[in-house]
Design a binder for this molecule. Structure first.
Ligand code: ASP
Length: 583
């Protein structure tokens, strides 16, 4: 219908006859002449409806209101000196309209597009209106570019795009499954995939060699700003390949994706082991855009005359005493702030937060009296303190200390405003433990199909896996691993996870069976596409980069899903609702 997009017109088009289509983005009646801003995906242009040019176009223009759908025919002309609008890209020109069709009127909108005060529920209820804003279009334009760039580079490297089922059996990735009742098999359920993990492994057994998929995944977990019940992964898997092959193709892919979105990134990325990440930054997804790091001081605290600390220091396997140094902190923070920091870490289970300041005359702070001079000097030495520096201490069970000190590190960096905005700091976190023990239960840290390095360790937590995560600016962008391709190792891992033979057979029998038919060594990784786009577009929520996202309570205000269904439908599915639980 159109000859041009509104936003793409420029002075080069002056004199041209054009047909434009779009929405009225505002109108002004200047005593006879009506000005309308016409909007399409490319931007705005001003229509001028002057009765001297066209009586009928002017008549139509009198009826135009915001968001009416218009088709305008006219001629591009220069606005003339003093009449230009520097705020819009087409501000030097305008369209003299000789034919204006109101293709469809619009009811007044329930909110003003771009108004930041509108509640999320309303925005999602009318998501198609919220998506009319330019910034939304820009996000989805970039998302499309990024996805196509990923597809192209994977295709160029011999990867095959294969779709895997949505109605399937549980694929454990650590969340609850979404279940779909079967009508044909009353009382039985499909699970929506938490990831295509098992299918992509089966494709390797099939000999497909290199697979990828832009895959929808479904996880029923408590939602946070960067989580959605359904989300998208760029999922890859390679045969006769190990960690280095996966890292190489991932870096090439990220470079291509970032480049398609206008950013140059440098590869290869840095690497850090899981252990170092936890010990130094208290997180397996450290933000390395800034330099705050922790050092271990547990050995020095053995000599501390305060029994709380010396007792913690006695058990180095379970506990940690970590010192986080803030250069020049003494001059940055007030005494009151220093006290307030304790309240912050307490929220995450800390029982307190010690600190020392290095003054001209030595180390000062509430804990100083519990140490002998030589130990104080040792603290200065291992933390490499200069006069004016402050160190904060976390002491206790290691996971707890890592967690609250890691959060505290980020909190301080935000407070001190030392996080550079325009930097993409990638890091590979490698050598993850295979298992974690939670409440006495052994769980797979990645998933149960990850290859352990050596199962023969004193503590199950010490077993390492060949698993890796890619982290960008403190956000986990993706993760993967070398997989178990030998059935006996897979069975052994199930055993360590406390999965009985029967249960393993019932849940994953098909995988173990496939491994018995000549499975090649294989490895892979999945990127969270939504998170990637969120970081690329500097969006504050994952919801901004998903066309039709759900609320924090996993609802879709637009379609009103989830919703009740007819009794008849339930009967067909052999389901009777006994109670409804509102959370
Ligand atoms: N399936 C894994 C996940 O969704 C990724 C992988 O191991 O490739 O996290």
């Amino acid at each position: 219908m159109r000859s041009n997009y509104c936003g793409e017109l420029s002075e080069n088009d002056i004199g041209k006859e054009v047909t434009l289509c779009g929405w009225a983005n505002g109108y002004r009646d200047h005593g006879g002449v009506i000005f309308i801003d016409l909007r399409d995906k490319a931007g705005l242009v001003q229509l001028v409806c002057d009765p001297a040019d066209s009586q009928s176009a002017h008549k139509s223009a009198t009826m135009v209101r915001d968001e009416f759908v218009l088709i305008a025919k006219g001629r591009v002309r220069a606005r003339g000196e003093g009449l230009e609008n520097p705020n819009i890209a087409t501000g030097k020109i305008e369209i003299v309209v000789d034919d204006l069709i109101i293709e469809n009127p619009s009811t007044p909108l329930p909110f003003v597009i771009n108004d930041e005060k509108v509640g999320e529920e309303t925005l999602l209820n009318y998501r198609y209106l919220d998506l009319r804003k330019k910034s939304s279009y820009e996000i989805f334009r970039l998302r499309s570019k990024a996805t196509i760039a990923a597809r192209n580079i994977l295709d160029a490297n011999g990867f095959l795009e294969v779709e895997t089922p949505i109605l399937t059996k549980s694929t454990p990735e650590g969340a609850r499954d979404y279940l779909v009742p079967s009508r044909v098999h009353g009382g039985e359920f499909y699970a929506l995939p938490q990831s295509p993990q098992l299918f992509k492994q089966l494709l390797m057994v099939a000999g497909f060699d290199k697979y990828f998929q832009i895959a929808k995944c479904f996880r029923d977990e408590d939602l946070r700003a960067d989580r959605q019940p359904e989300f998208t992964q760029i999922d890859i898997e390679l045969s006769f390949a190990g960690q280095e092959d996966v890292i190489k193709i991932s870096e090439d892919m990220l470079k291509a994706v970032f480049s398609a979105c206008g950013h140059t990134i440098t590869i290869p990325f840095n690497r850090i082991t899981y252990k170092e990440a936890m010990e130094k930054y208290g997180s397996d997804k450290p933000d390395l855009r800034y330099d705050l790091g922790m050092v271990d001081v547990i050995d020095i605290f053995k000599n501390c005359s305060n029994e709380i600390f010396s007792n913690i220091a006695k058990n180095k396997h379970h506990n940690r005493i970590k010192a986080l140094k803030v250069p020049n902190g003494d001059n940055i923070f007030s005494k009151r702030q220093m006290k307030g920091f304790e309240d912050y870490v307490r929220k995450f289970g800390a029982s307190g937060l010690g600190y020392f300041q290095l003054k001209e005359d030595g180390l000062k702070g509430p804990l100083a009296k519990f140490f002998e001079q030589k130990d104080l000097e040792e603290i200065i030495k291992v933390t490499d303190l200069k006069v004016g520096d402050v160190i904060f201490f976390g002491a206790g069970e290691k996971k707890l200390v890592w967690d609250y000190m890691g959060r505290f590190r980020i909190y301080l960096a935000q407070l001190m405003q030392i996080i550079p905005e325009d930097v993409f700091e990638f890091v590979w976190v490698v050598d993850f433990p295979m298992f974690e023990v939670d409440d006495g239960r052994v769980k797979a840290l990645h998933h149960p199909f990850t290859m352990p390095r050596d199962l023969d360790c004193e503590y199950v937590e010490e077993i390492e896996s060949i698993a890796y995560d890619i982290v960008l600016n403190g956000t986990e962008l993706g993760g993967g691993s070398v997989r178990i391709h030998k059935p006996e190792i897979q069975k052994e891992v199930f055993k360590l996870l406390g999965i009985s033979d029967e249960e393993a057979d019932e849940k994953f029998g098909f995988l173990v069976e496939a491994l018995e038919y000549g499975a090649p060594p294989h490895a892979g990784l999945a990127f969270g596409l939504d998170r990637l786009i969120m970081l690329l577009t500097k969006s504050s929520s994952i919801r901004d980069v998903i066309a039709f996202p759900k609320t924090q309570r996993a609802q879709c205000p637009l379609t009103k899903a989830p919703s009740e269904v007819d009794v008849e439908q339930l009967r067909e599915l052999s389901i009777r609702i006994r109670e409804t639980k509102k959370v």
